[in-house]
Design a protein around this ligand. Structure first.
Ligand code: ARG
Ligand code: ZN
Length: 849
């Protein structure tokens, strides 16, 4: 229901809460249609506020009763909640409300998934459960009683007492309402124990649907490893007697860090060799760690308001990245993270949805759980660490935990601990939090009398609401190589602060070859015309794995861009260099796999748009197919060797070593399949060793327009495994030939298993098609219409997933007039509806501006 225009919330308008909460007691009488929630909340005036207005958030609540100090309260409706008269002194609020979890399709607040009650309260879901000051700067201890005729009744904190049909939980740690959780239903636990640094015993439980117990072992190991790592590296210990994780099938996001009771999308918990790929294993490990790490960075220290979201998310992503590097390969992880930033975050920056790491306004906060806030937020912390050094970073973090434990903090607080720990002035660095967009870094070189000079210029293009940008602090890691391939100047971090700045290296005997932006030391676009011979030289000799990989990427990108423009042959430097690196068995297989990871169609579209060209999706697609065939033919011995080297006989092991071998094998397979008619891929599917190899084989087959029978057999075998079926939906839509991809997607949408209200299934199909670049961007607009129709249909049911899916249209200005017109029309169709949600309305509006 669209009443008044939705309100814009601004960081500048922040005011502290008028009332604080001393403690909360909740009782839930569970019922699918009529759950009763009884609350007893003790309020006290906030000494830091002069305002005494009493306001409670609430949405869709049926109030049964409400009292203040035992006397009936007269509630007056206010925007987004209620207000009423209160004493000018501490008082107790008691209320009873009714809600209907079974009707809650938005999956925010208390809802049901397969008969299991569960909650998602971040960011503003708690207001759908009961009347409450639902803002992160109001923190309180919670006691919860859950009543219901169900085998398992869980909430935050430590279990207090229980009996048949009831359980009581006590969470002594003050927390904001967004960290509240309740789960109840027919669940079984896989249990373990963990002894903390100081000897505290913690009961660990992973709760799943009966039948899924056999797929929790990997998640449990990841949890214990995370707990240990946070003690060893950050000195952070767990603080309750229990830590529970629940897997649910219907979940809007990946997972949620509720205090002592994390709730996960089951796709990020359950894994077995038959059903999960190496990629899934790695993601499970990272997300388990991420949510666990939030206990300190998010829960013990939370955000003052939602504009500070990156305070917990950027830092926690940075921590989970460090963890993955420690568990796996540091070099490979850095390349993967850089790839994610360039593919997805740069794309966000390039379009109408660009926003700073700390946004300054929003209509619906769910729309700002973005790659910019999360991953660019993590990059900003990585730069900070690079600038101050590892030891100072550690001091600053210790100070942060010391000073802010129990606080709802801000980015200003965060930067202050670094200033205090290092004596640095971070006022210019702070622009990374307020300025949107990707800086372009260009380079000139000078060579004279043994002195080599790099002259850098930085410039950030305008983004919505920010026409002019000031120079930012850029840590630029540089190394210099001799023409013979030896490193003459090892990595040095240059600190650029001006719009134009030069750095000299003296006493060199020959003009060096520079390796710039090593380790992807800043999230910028490096603009430098480099001859392909120099790139090939870096691919062969650079000591920095990121730049070595990046040299190969740049060569591949150039070849694919040229191919999209109709050019014939790629640079021989690239093919020869790639062949040599591939054959170098001294290099980590996972690293060599990344060398074979060609930029995707959309990456090429972004790169073409970046240089001012209008991308033609069909030409990009056929150019890529041609390059793939050329590689298959010219590198066939090296690819074959890599394919065999990547065999991992014996029982499946998801750890980094064998996973890297499989990655190498399957990248080689994908290319070889372009020239062998699919023989190897078909054999690999038939060999059925593990899900990683089967899906890679199937995907390679589908990508050459073959594999229909294999895909059908795969479907029949796995039709009762919901997570595997999601992969099938995504794969079939994603790999369909572009000219028939929309028809394929339509028939998938008619499939009886297309449970469109389940976010995982919806996303599998929609993201599958949208990821099929030429298929989605079909010139007649059929792809746009398909997505738009489904988004419009989902919007009244689940606005947050509808809004998130709509971002596939954010690239519309990149394309030709005809496609632009059709994408714009699709956006208007989503927006111009009487019942458009606040979520989708804000997104479509921003994309059209
Ligand atoms: N805090 C959660 C995490 O990053 C994600 C919550 C997603 N919520 C949302 N409204 N999008 O671990
Ligand atoms: Zn998070």
């Amino acid at each position: 229901m669209k009443d008044a225009a939705p309100r814009t919330i601004r960081l500048a308008d922040y005011a502290p809460p008028a009332w604080l909460v001393a403690d909360v007691a909740l009782t839930f009488r569970l019922d699918p249609q009529a759950t009763r929630v009884l609350s007893t909340i003790r309020f006290r005036p906030n000494p830091d506020s002069t305002d005494r207005t009493f306001f409670l958030h609430g949405e869709g609540l049926k109030t049964i009763s409400a009292t203040i100090d035992g006397r009936p309260a007269t509630l007056r409706e206010a925007e987004g909640g209620i207000t009423c008269d209160v004493p000018d002194a501490p008082f107790t609020w008691e209320a009873e409300v009714e809600i209907a979890p079974a009707e809650n399709t938005a999956l925010e607040g208390l809802y049901m998934s397969n008969g299991i009650y569960c909650t998602q309260c971040e960011a503003e879901g708690f207001r759908r459960i009961t009347w409450y000051p639902d803002r992160p700067d109001v923190m309180a201890p919670f006691r919860v009683r859950v009543e219901g005729d169900l085998p398992v009744l869980l909430s935050n904190g430590n279990p207090e007492a229980s009996g048949p049909g009831w359980a009581e939980w006590d969470d002594p740690w003050r927390k904001p309402a967004y960290l509240f959780a309740l789960v109840a239903g027919d669940l079984v636990a896989v249990r373990d124990r963990f002894t903390t640094l100081s000897g505290r015993e913690v009961d660990l439980g992973i709760w799943v649907r009966p039948g899924d117990q056999g797929r929790c072992a990997f998640a449990m190991e990841a949890l214990k490893a995370s707990m240990r790592w946070d003690e060893e590296v950050y000195g952070r210990e767990y603080d309750l007697g229990v830590f529970n994780i629940v897997a649910v099938d219907d979940f809007n996001a990946g997972a949620m860090e509720n205090k002592g009771l994390n709730v996960f999308n089951s796709a990020l918990v359950l894994a077995s060799p038959e059903t999960a790929t190496d990629g899934t294993y790695e993601r499970i490990e990272a997300v388990i760690a991420h949510e666990y790490f939030h206990n300190w960075t998010g829960n013990r220290i939370t955000c003052r308001d939602w504009f500070q979201l990156c305070l917990k998310e950027g830092l926690t992503v940075f921590r989970d990245q460090q963890f993955t590097s420690a568990m796996r390969s540091e070099a490979v992880k850095r390349i993967e993270d850089a790839q994610t930033i360039r593919r997805h975050q740069f794309k966000e920056d390039q379009g109408p949805l660009a926003h700073p790491v700390r946004p300054e306004s929003f209509v619906e906060i769910n729309n700002f759980y973005t790659i910019t806030v999360y991953e660019k937020g993590a990059e900003v912390i990585g730069m900070l660490r690079r600038l101050v050094g590892a030891a100072a970073y550690k001091r600053a973090l210790d100070l942060y935990f010391d000073r802010h434990d129990g606080d709802a903090a801000t980015i200003e607080d965060w930067l202050q601990v670094f200033e205090d720990a290092t004596g640095r002035d971070l006022s210019q660095f702070k622009r990374w939090y307020s300025q949107a967009g990707t800086p372009r870094l260009s380079v000139e070189e000078a060579w004279e009398d043994g002195t080599y000079t790099l002259i850098f210029t930085q410039e950030t293009p305008p983004t919505p609401g920010q026409p002019d940008k000031a120079p930012q602090v850029l840590p630029i890691a540089v190394g210099l190589l001799n023409p013979n391939g030896d490193e003459v100047v090892p990595t040095k971090v240059l600190e650029m602060t001006e719009a134009r700045q030069s750095f000299a290296f003296e006493g060199l005997s020959a003009r060096p070859i520079p390796s710039i932006l090593r380790d992807f030391s800043a999230p910028v676009v490096l603009q430098r015309e480099v001859p392909s011979a120099e790139r090939a030289f870096l691919l062969a000799h650079d000591t920095d794995p990121f730049n070595r990989w990046d040299a190969a990427q740049a060569l591949a990108r150039a070849a694919l861009m040229d191919a999209a423009g109709g050019a014939g042959d790629p640079a021989p430097d690239w093919i020869e260099g790639l062949g040599r690196a591939l054959a170098d068995t001294g290099l980590d297989p996972a690293f060599r796999a990344l060398l074979l990871d060609l930029p995707g169609d959309e990456d090429i579209a972004i790169a073409l748009a970046e240089r001012g060209d209008v991308p033609d999706p069909d030409a990009i697609h056929s150019g890529r197919a041609r390059i793939r065939r050329i590689l298959a033919e010219r590198l066939s011995p090296q690819l074959e060797a890599a394919y065999h080297e990547g065999a991992t006989p014996g029982p499946y092991d998801p750890s980094a070593g064998p996973a890297g071998q499989r990655a190498l094998r399957n990248r080689a397979l994908w290319i070889l399949t372009a020239a062998d008619g699919g023989a190897r891929a078909r054999a690999q599917v038939a060999a059925d060793e593990n899900m990683t190899n089967v899906l890679a084989g199937l995907s390679a087959l589908l990508s050459i327009g073959a594999g229909e029978a294999e895909a059908a057999a795969f479907h029949d075998r796995w039709k009762d495994e919901r997570l595997v079926l999601d992969s099938w939906f995504a794969l079939v839509a994603g790999q369909a030939p572009p000219e028939s991809a929309v028809e394929t997607a339509r028939s998938l949408a008619d499939h009886p298993a297309f449970a469109w209200k389940t976010p995982n299934r919806f996303r599998a199909l929609m993201r599958g098609l949208a990821g099929n670049h030429a298929g989605f961007h079909r010139a007649d607009g059929a792809g746009y219409d398909f997505l738009a129709d489904w988004i419009v249909r989902l919007d009244p049911v689940n606005p947050s997933v509808a809004a998130r899916t709509s971002t596939v249209f954010s690239s519309w200005k990149r394309y030709d007039a005809g496609r632009q017109e059709r994408m714009r029309a699709a956006l208007h169709r989503m927006l111009d509806r009487d019942d458009v949600s606040r979520d989708l309305g804000e997104m479509a509006q921003r994309m059209l501006e």
